[in-house]
Design a protein around this ligand. Structure first.
Ligand code: SF4
Ligand code: SF4
Length: 443
């Protein structure tokens, strides 16, 4: 019997919560009358605003220019007038400036025939320049600018392009739907990234609970010489280092990126954005995300413009059936709790969850029981309890020496902890403090 591939250390099996959304087609959200467009929707330097209050903008117009090496451009998701430039906090805690655009005027692209670009003669540099121009970033959560990620550093080469189709976070099913509904665009996006990276091998790693997507992909993938590898359902199968180990059997060293072992990973939604950017000359002004959780009346996947509010999308999904006790932006394992329903959708918003009391862990935190459960499930081979004890006493250098920076913030340790210690939020906060301290020390 063919054993499904997976990573070797740790991992958990949380309830997957995908049944309410995975079987339904993606629907289109109404266009927002007002879009709040953050200039920092990616890892790296915020985009520099190119607009002023009172200025008219067209749909897809560049309104924020990438600055510095790691940065991404930002475009207007709707035509209209810039009413305000304001500061806001995103659920991740990032503070950013944002342009508030009020809809007026005609859409220049929506509903019009698309003039497709013939990219058959474009070389790597030209493709990377397009990804930069159109603001493509990783949509699996990390929001790393794609033109930087796909630029292989000198002295390294990409042996394997891994398509991350695991979508292992509970509740989220947007990538699953995209694989079913946009199969050809996904394959075209993969071919574009193959042109950039020239890998010897391309593999789609997909959890085996998406059999219909596996069936849809196989004929297209076969035609292009791409392998489709079904993976065991185990969280966090989609974390980059775990995917590399599962698919290639190689371990990415602590503190290093997958390119160290010849791999570059791209997520499904990102590859469809790559296809749209290159072929359709379309910047990232919309994305598909999952709206789910027990409190949502009609959970589903929805294509929404950047800048529309979480409130709009929840209403589009029928509102609440009962009062939610917790909201999460993203998935329940790695997402961020939020309270403000007027939070705007960004390029990195993979889901909006409204959870009921039954779905939320409402236990009281106690002291560590030294049970070792967290150590057993950590996919990075760390000792979360030891890291936590150092973080708790602000011994950040000791925590770092135990692997604080190698933690992928997957949440597996907190999920199994019988003492309900918020290990991941403590690690995330400690990393932030450490970064700020070292920035201060650098002067
Ligand atoms: S959050 Fe970090 S420490 Fe906890 S299990 Fe995941 S990788 Fe390990
Ligand atoms: S799982 Fe929780 S209680 Fe058990 S050792 Fe880890 S931190 Fe302590």
């Amino acid at each position: 019997m063919n054993r499904l591939k997976t990573f070797s250390r740790g991992g958990i099996h949380p309830p997957d919560g995908k049944a309410t959304t995975a079987g339904q087609p993606i629907k289109n959200a109404p266009l927002p009358a007002r879009a709040v467009v953050p200039f920092s929707q990616h890892i790296g330097a915020p985009a520099r605003s190119l607009v002023e209050v009172g200025q008219r903008v067209e749909e897809a117009q560049l309104i924020g220019e990438a600055t510095g090496f790691v940065s991404a451009s930002v475009h207007a998701p709707i035509p209209g007038t810039v009413k305000e430039i304001k500061s806001l906090y995103l659920p991740s805690g990032v503070k950013t400036e944002a342009a508030v655009i009020e809809l007026d005027g005609a859409f220049s692209r929506l509903g019009k025939p698309i003039a497709q670009r013939d990219w058959s003669d474009l070389e790597s540099d030209a493709l990377l320049a397009i990804l930069k121009e159109q603001g493509v970033v990783g949509q699996g959560g990390a929001t790393f600018p794609s033109h930087v990620k796909f630029a292989v550093p000198k002295g390294k080469s990409c042996e394997a392009l891994l398509v991350n189709a695991a979508e292992c976070e509970p509740f989220l099913s947007a990538d699953h739907r995209l694989m079913l509904e946009r199969t050809e665009d996904l394959i075209e996006g993969i071919r574009m990234v193959q042109r950039i990276l020239q890998p010897q091998r391309t593999v789609i790693g997909i959890e085996s609970n998406k059999q219909n997507a596996i069936d849809a992909l196989i004929p297209h993938a076969k035609r292009e010489g791409i392998d489709v590898v079904p993976l065991k359902v185990k969280y966090p199968q989609g974390a980059e280092k775990n995917l590399v180990e599962a698919v290639l059997g190689r371990e990415v060293p602590a503190g290093k990126l997958p390119i160290e072992v010849g791999a570059i990973i791209a997520n499904v939604g990102t590859l469809i954005s790559v296809c749209e950017a290159v072929r359709d000359n379309k910047p990232v002004i919309e994305r598909v995300l999952t709206v789910a959780g027990g409190a949502i009346a009609q959970p589903g996947n929805i294509r929404a413009r950047v800048g529309c509010t979480y409130r709009d999308l929840i209403e589009e999904c029928g509102g609440f059936t009962e009062e939610p006790v917790k909201f999460i932006s993203g998935g329940p394992m790695m997402g961020f709790a939020f309270t403000d329903l007027d939070t705007p959708v960004t390029k990195g918003t993979s889901g909006i969850l409204a959870l009921t009391a039954k779905e939320v862990n409402a236990f009281t935190q106690t002291s560590c029981l030294s049970c070792g459960f967290c150590v057993n499930v950590c996919p990075m081979g760390l000792s979360p309890t030891s890291i936590f004890k150092n973080v708790e006493h602000e011994r950040l250098d000791e925590a770092a020496s135990l692997g604080l920076d190698d933690c992928v913030l997957c949440g597996s340790c907190a999920f199994v902890c019988p003492a309900h210690i918020p290990l991941v939020s403590a690690f995330r906060a400690a990393r932030g403090r450490r970064r700020r301290l070292s920035a201060r020390n650098r002067g």
